[in-house]
Design a protein around this ligand. Structure first.
Ligand code: UD1
Ligand code: PEP
Length: 478
């Protein structure tokens, strides 16, 4: 088990480079299953735990995956399985994104039910509704969803009850190889969906209207591998913008696409943060004091739920009372109780959190319950007085590449400690101390016998001799 140790109070300054988007690369890698011939070369692939998981899923299906320095080469020409097992899907819900492409390519798919997670129940009814509308038969058996179709999926008109990101992606991928045209209404409009559509089109697909509420997918018979560069991660970028603002810093977030961040940038500007964009990124200069603002999470282009926790951290340092309303997930305030350990004043009422800013944050031991809760706790800890320890690092590793290194390069006092290694080091050091003490014990009578003049006269005592020796053997973690 690892943890982050952060001493708050340092202003961040300098440049931080944004990595490729987690939420774009996951569906893109799933979509590479659509290519019956050729290899796909994907650039700007972030080295994240979720990417490792989707890679394992694709390998288990028969794809070959080479990964080197943010470049993934996928060859899915020979698939040998249509099943994504529980062990992989339970690690990451987004594994369910292989259902659409598998069904389209192989005519069948068997995927472990993804289930809920800390932030909500997260049903998949809209994905299944789309596949059924295209003619697939869906069965639920022993924790798995099984889908199959005789021949090809058929193009259909599908209206999503909720503008689900995952359902939109899964249906686009299924429809890409279907017979006929699919019209997807009330589709999600996130930039990651546009990136997926661009990738599919480069593979020979025909997807039009991605980024709007109506997407038309004309099915094609075959697709081939292609080359694609993943868009920068808008949530990672937004997190660094908040980290800069909360510390009163001055940071250039290189690679951030301001358009993708419009709802975040506009909220922060309303708070008084100075943000300027250019073609390569955004410049953040914090002002003080910051103003309280109200915010409501919504599907894109509304304020992203994946930035709600980080914005709440910033609101804790503003003057006045803010109301944060979460409309996308029903249980996404888990960070509130952890913020309270840092002496935050927040009250949750149903889907709203009432945040009283202005109270100074004080470092404490806190736990990340999910990915963005973890990012928000780190932002708050960067501001808090004294030392904070953030556990639950496995959640944060799902979505942030080299977080410690990136923040440290901006001047943050942050380190990552592996608790197992730390405990082993402590045990080893304790053993050394015991051994030294035992040896010293044996040497004392010998030293006393040779002592000239006597202890009493010289002022020599056993304690005085031993203490400095033992102190020298301080372990590095002390
Ligand atoms: C890998 C990835 O891209 N993850 C993102 C994706 O998750 P994900 O694709 O899972 O999120 P959805 O857009 O599907 O979920 C939005 C809402 O719709 C509901 N819903 C969804 C599907 C369905 O069939 N039925 C249904 O009711 C969900 O419970 C949730 O309340 O979009 C979320 C919303 O922006 C982000 O927080 C996640 O970071
Ligand atoms: C909720 C998130 O991801 P996922 O959908 O993969 O759980 C996130 O990225 O904040």
């Amino acid at each position: 088990m690892s943890k982050f140790i952060i001493r708050g109070g340092r202003r961040l300054s300098g440049t931080v480079r944004v990595s490729g988007a987690k939420n774009a690369v996951l569906p893109i890698l799933a979509a590479s299953l659509l290519a019956e011939e050729g290899r796909s070369v994907i650039h700007e692939v972030p080295l994240l735990d979720d990417v490792v998981t989707i890679r394992e899923v694709l390998i288990s299906l028969g794809a070959s995956m080479e990964f080197e320095q943010e470049r993934m080469v996928v060859d899915a020409s020979d698939l040998r399985s249509h099943e994504a097992p529980y062990e992989l899907v339970r690690k990451m819900r987004a594994s369910f994104l292989v259902m659409g492409p598998l069904l389209a390519r192989a005519g069948c798919a068997r995927i472990s039910l993804p289930g809920g997670c800390a932030i909500g129940t997260r049903p998949i009814d809209q994905h299944l509704k789309g596949f059924e509308a295209m003619g697939a038969q869906i069965n639920l058996g022993q924790g798995y969803i099984e889908a199959k179709i005789d021949g090809r999926l058929k193009g259909a008109k599908i209206y999503l009850d909720v503008a689900s990101v995952g359902a939109t992606e899964n249906i686009i991928m299924a429809a890409a190889l279907a017979d006929g045209t699919t019209i997807l209404e009330n589709a999600a409009k996130e930039p990651e969906i546009v990136d997926l559509a661009n990738y599919i089109n480069a593979m020979g697909g025909k997807v039009r209207g991605a980024g709007t509420g109506v997407i038309r997918i004309e099915g094609v018979e075959r697709m081939r591998g292609t080359e694609h560069t993943v868009i920068p991660d808008r949530i990672e970028a937004g997190t660094y913008i908040v980290a800069a603002a909360i510390t009163g810093g001055h940071v250039y977030v290189e690679g951030a696409i301001a358009d993708h961040l419009a709802p975040v940038i506009s909220k922060l500007q309303e708070m008084g943060v100075d943000i300027a964009e250019d073609e390569n990124g955004v410049q953040v200069r914090a002002a003080s004091p910051l103003r309280a603002v109200d915010v409501k999470t919504l599907p894109y282009p509304g304020f992203p739920t994946d930035m709600q926790a980080q914005l709440m951290a910033l609101l804790l340092t503003s003057e006045g009372t803010s109301v944060v309303t979460e409309t996308v997930f029903e249980n996404r305030f888990m960070h509130v109780e952890e913020f309270k350990k840092l002496r935050a004043h927040i009250k949750v009422e149903d889907r709203c959190a009432i945040v009283n800013g202005g109270a100074g944050l004080v470092g404490a031991k806190v736990c990340a319950t999910d990915l963005r809760a973890g990012a928000a706790l780190i932002c708050a800890a960067l501001k808090a007085e004294g030392i904070s320890e953030v556990t639950g690092v496995q959640h944060i590793d799902r979505g942030y590449v080299n977080l410690t290194e990136k923040l440290a390069a901006l001047g943050a006092d942050i380190s990552r400690v592996d608790e197992t290694a730390e405990r082993e080091a402590q045990e080893a050091a304790a053993e050394v101390l015991e051994e030294v003490a035992a040896q010293a014990e044996q040497l004392v009578p010998v030293a006393a016998a040779h002592a000239q003049p006597s202890e009493e006269k010289s002022g020599y005592t056993r304690e005085k001799e031993q203490i400095p020796v033992l102190n020298k053997v301080q372990p590095t973690w002390a």
